[in-house]
Design a protein around this ligand. Structure first.
Ligand code: SF4
Length: 238
């Protein structure tokens, strides 16, 4: 069953390989302590803003929101559309992202998460909801796709839901472990079926893969010779 942890002592050969990858990346980079944010709500905001843009642009929008107290959900809710879109402008696609944030706030309101107005507690309304059900609720929010939903689940809510991004796809495909056109859920299941169900492990693993993708596994001319995953390659991609 996708997402089920392997029984103790019965980790598959794929699981062992993935844990070796993890050790190699950890040895190269050390722990990366994701996600950079001051509250779970800010993580959720960042997960939406980071769609289709570099993190540096997200940071600029986060700074603008912080200056407006917009990282407090009740304040964010009260911002008019022009002010919200202006704050989000540096992150690109700012009109769509403003609408997505409002849709997330609608969900929080529906679940009672906005009553306290305290950003640290806004996602506490998710606590009683089982992970699969919560994932479905997040996916039902307009503009939240599986990668964003899993980022929120993993980094904001602390649930074991693996994030499989474009770097993950490229790395697995270049290592011959998944087809280039594998679906998001197939990539996610690839990890969740093989690795122990462990939030801290998934958290660090995704961060490490992003670091590998950013530094070495470029779209063209990957730097396999310097990459911590280079020793696991059978044939070097070009
Ligand atoms: S850069 Fe090379 S070794 Fe590193 S992940 Fe990409 S394909 Fe693998």
């Amino acid at each position: 069953m996708p997402g089920s942890p392997p029984l103790p002592g019965r980790i598959s050969s794929r699981g062992k390989l993935l844990l070796e990858w993890h050790r190699a990346m950890l040895a190269a980079f050390g722990p990366l302590h994701w996600w950079p944010a001051t509250s779970p709500f800010e993580v959720a905001v960042g997960a939406i803003l980071t769609q289709n843009t570099a993190w540096a642009n997200v940071e600029k929008a986060i700074v603008r929101l912080r200056e407006m107290d917009g990282l407090a959900p009740a304040t964010l809710r009260s911002l008019d559309t022009v002010a919200l879109e202006e704050a989000l402008r540096p992150s690109g696609y700012f009109r769509q992202k403003a609408a997505k944030l409002r849709a997330l706030l609608d969900l929080l309101e529906e679940l009672g998460g906005l009553t306290g107005g305290v950003s640290d507690q806004a996602l506490a309304c998710f606590a009683a909801i089982e992970t699969g059900e919560l994932r479905e609720k997040l996916l039902s929010v307009r503009g939240i796709g599986p990668e964003t939903a899993d980022c929120i689940l993993l980094y904001a809510v602390g649930r074991p839901s693996f994030v499989a991004d474009a770097y993950t796809r490229r790395i697995l495909s270049r290592h011959g472990l998944a087809p280039e056109d594998a679906s998001y859920d197939e990539l996610r299941d690839f990890f969740m079926d093989a690795l122990p169900e462990d939030t801290a492990l998934y958290n660090e693993y995704h961060a490490q893969l992003v670091r590998v993708g950013h530094l070495y596994c470029r779209k063209s001319k990957p730097l396999c010779g310097a990459c911590p995953l280079g020793v696991f390659l059978e044939y070097e991609p070009v």
